[in-house]
Write a protein that binds this ligand. Structure first.
Ligand code: C2E
Ligand code: MG
Ligand code: MG
Length: 735
């Protein structure tokens, strides 16, 4: 029922429904019939459908409503039949105005119509009603009013409105989102077609507005490099195997460039339950991704040389290495021989420049599939990839060769360096070659290469491992001896070749193994130098010598037989003489022991003198200033950089035993020794010959003018007898 008493009588519903004139051949409701019985029956039938019926005679104003109509209008409380005046105030004026024309047509031309309109019941409830309205005719067929059937459609309407509202919300969010949004069709035949996108998505792939994307598909913005992954992802969604996912990807832009994006997709299923479309949310990730890539690059790069770093090497050797890479066939560990000398003497900037050039040469000498890295300092690594077992050693030889050419350093300096290379090959095992410990084994091989004279390639074998283990055992014994103050010192006499009198003695360190056998002192000192233990070792020997000298001093004071010759020499390694506290340490040790400095001498090697930082020179001068004499040990084995000799106030020179051993074999070897003696004398140094084992050697040396000799002929290194307790107490080793 929809009619008002006023002039504008029509009432209209909400225009959402298809509404307006109804097909007259097929009216939705039968008109009510006359007669109380029929009327009741009809009313019962109507009640079953939820429909209410009504009639309104416009000329008489008579209104007849079914019970249902009263309920719909909320007028069921009325005691009397409702009138148009009860009904009219309930109608929504806007809806009413909207249907005025339809009502007019029904009244004048008898055209039925359907519409939805709103009422507010007397109790204040808003209802949406739908009416099917047609003409009411008298017996002659004249239109005398309207009649119809009405249904409460409030529920359906509010559902529809809610749907419309949520669609609107979605549209606002989708279109207005600051991030790209796109909907991709997931059904055949055009899987991957773009259904809808927003402007942000259009801009992401290089367009201005989303309407420019009409007709595009997923592959249009997928770069070739991403195609396989993208297709797999799409197939998983189409096949219902993926509810959506989040991933980083690249987009191909309109101008051919690419952008990185972070994408989150969700699959929306259709009414049949099968995936229908995917909705993707895409954030432009380029800035973050670039930052990430840069961080990744930095984390894998050695900053000085730009080569790979340790992380890359570890990864190449680990089991989870890049499956696309051929397997590891060898590992080369390179170390520049005597880099420290260059670094210390020329300064760090020069050292760095050298490392950069070395890195460049290595990279150029090695095929691109191999990994070249710097581990730190002057240590470089090449991981050789490939199956051929011969290749790693060949690569190593090539590298050695490439580094042999001189380097031009800043400041016009030209230096030549040699390199030692340790090679380790993976062990063949049932489950493939094992790469673990490759670095350790290459390190052992490198040490072996250095041990046998540097400037060469050494391939790891088990013998080296044994040597390495021996070193580790030596280190353990040395540490224990230092910790427990068990270091022993043996003395070997140095004899005046003319008179045969013992003029001095050399203190030689002795560390014993578990069986009590002495370990070779050369090994002990080598290990100490490698492990940073050489300074404590030298100081411990110094303290022991000072203690012995103190005992000897007091014996001499008492007129007892001297225990020691006038002078005792200690060996001091390069690291120790460079220690800025060393000289002060010597002074204090001698002072506490009340030993005259003239009773001590120090043997340095040529390598120590080459450390041209000025510290060594100062230290030597300071020692000499104290009254300690300083000499050069093992002359002829090192650099023999004679130019250095006058810069140091040395008092003696020891000819290495390798020269002494060759005495009498050839004229030339005799001439070499004679020349060394002459040279030493020219520098006002006395000469000690080491390793004199035979009387012939002693006679030859004497004839050449060599002052002293040391060797088995005169006495082997031996512990000092009856050395007695330290006279200056427990504090002797402290400073
Ligand atoms: P070095 O200073 O040249 O000491 C001489 C080495 O020659 C000693 O070996 C000695 O035992 C050995 N020798 C002496 N006469 C003969 C001989 O007639 N024939 C043969 N075949 N050998 C002879 P050692 O004691 O094994 O010491 C080896 C090296 O260890 C020493 O060479 C020295 O460079 C180093 N060293 C020993 N003690 C110390 C120490 O306290 N501090 C430092 N920094 N180095 C030490
Ligand atoms: Mg010596
Ligand atoms: Mg020597």
């Amino acid at each position: 029922m929809d009619v008002t008493a006023g002039a504008a009588r029509a009432v209209s519903g909400v225009p959402r429904q298809a509404e307006g004139p109804v097909d007259p051949r097929n009216p939705p409701v039968d008109p009510p019939v006359d007669g109380a019985v029929e009327r009741r029956r009809l009313e019962e039938a109507y009640a079953l459908t939820g429909l209410a019926w009504w009639e309104w005679e416009t000329e008489t104003g008579r209104l007849s409503w079914s019970e249902g109509m009263r309920r719909l209008a909320g007028l069921d409380h009325l005691e009397r039949p409702p009138t148009i005046d009860d009904w009219a105030p309930l109608l929504d004026p806007v809806d009413q105005a909207r249907s005025a024309e339809l009502e007019h047509a029904a009244l004048t031309e008898g055209t039925p119509y359907r519409h939805v309109f709103r009422i507010r019941t007397p109790a204040g409830e808003l209802r949406h009603l739908q009416s099917w309205t047609g003409p009411l005719r008298d017996g002659s067929g004249r239109v005398v009013g309207l009649r119809g059937a009405t249904l409460d459609v409030s529920e359906r309407e509010s559902a529809q409105r809610a749907l419309a509202a949520s669609e609107e919300h979605f549209r606002v969010v989708f279109e207005g989102a600051p991030h790209g949004m796109a909907m991709i069709w997931l059904r055949e035949p055009d899987v991957g077609r773009l259904l809808r996108a927003n402007d942000a998505f259009a801009r992401l792939i290089g367009y201005e507005r989303s309407d420019q994307l009409a007709g595009m598909t997923l592959s249009d913005w997928t770069p070739d490099s991403e195609r396989a992954v993208s297709d797999a992802r799409l197939r998983a969604m189409v096949g219902g195997r993926s509810p959506g996912s989040a991933y980083a990807r690249e987009y191909l832009r309109r101008d051919g460039t690419t952008v990185h994006a972070w994408v989150t997709t969700a699959v929306v299923r259709g009414e049949d339950g099968a995936p229908e479309f995917a909705i993707a949310h895409c954030i432009d990730d380029t800035a973050r991704r670039r930052h990430e890539l840069e961080l990744e690059r930095l984390a894998h790069t050695d900053t000085l040389t730009g080569l790979a770093n340790r992380v890359v090497v570890d990864k190449a050797l680990s089991h989870d290495r890049d499956p696309g890479r051929p397997s590891v066939s060898g590992l080369l560990l390179l170390d520049l021989d005597r880099f420290k000398v260059i670094n210390d003497s020329q300064g760090h900037p020069v050292g760095d420049a050298l490392l950069v050039q070395v890195a460049r040469r290595l990279r150029r000498a090695v095929a691109p599939q191999h990994t070249v890295a710097r581990l730190g300092g002057d240590e470089f690594v090449v991981v050789v990839h490939g199956d051929d077992r011969c290749v790693p050693t060949a690569v190593a030889e090539r590298l050695l060769h490439a580094l042999r050419e001189p380097f031009d350093l800043p400041g016009g300096e030209r230096v030549t360096v040699t390199t030692s290379v340790g090679v380790a090959l993976p062990l063949e095992r049932a489950d493939g070659p094992a790469t673990e410990d490759l670095l350790t084994r290459a390190d052992v091989a490198l040490y072996a290469a250095k041990d046998v004279g540097r400037n060469r390639v050494a391939v790891y074998d088990d013998g080296m491992r044994e040597a390495n283990e021996r070193k580790l055992r030596t280190e353990a014994h040395l540490r224990a001896a230092l910790r427990e103050d068990r270091l022993e010192v043996h003395l070997q006499p140095v004899v005046d070749l003319a008179s045969g009198r013992t003029v001095s003695a050399e203190a030689l360190v002795r560390v014993h193994d578990d069986t009590g056998a002495p370990l070779p002192a050369g090994d002990v000192v080598g290990v100490a130098e490698d492990t940073g233990l050489v300074v404590p070792l030298d100081l411990a020997v110094l303290h022991e010598v000072a203690r012995l000298l103190a005992v000897d001093e007091s014996r001499r004071a008492e007129g007892a037989e001297p225990l020691l010759p006038d002078r005792v020499a200690v060996n001091v390694s390069a690291r120790t003489i460079e220690d800025p506290d060393f000289v002060e340490h010597v002074r204090r040790t001698l002072a506490r022991a009340a030993v005259p400095a003239g009773r001590l001498s120090v043997e340095l090697t040529e390598t120590s003198l080459l450390h041209d930082s000025g510290t060594v020179e100062q230290a030597v001068e300071a020692l000499v200033g104290l009254g300690v004499s300083v000499g050069l040990d093992d002359f002829g084995t090192g650099y023999s950089a004679l130019a250095y000799l006058p810069r140091f106030p040395l008092s003696f020179l020891k000819i290495d035993m390798s020269f002494v051993r060759r005495l009498g074999t050839t004229r030339r070897s005799d001439a070499v020794v004679a020349a060394i003696v002459e040279l030493a004398h020219a520098h006002e140094l006395t000469v000690v010959a080491e390793g004199v084992e035979t009387a012939e050697q002693a006679a030859a040396l004497r004839a050449m003018g060599c002052e002293s000799g040391q060797g088995w002929l005169f006495g082997r290194p031996a512990p000092v007898r009856a050395a007695g307790p330290a006279p200056w107490g427990q504090d002797a080793t402290g400073s």
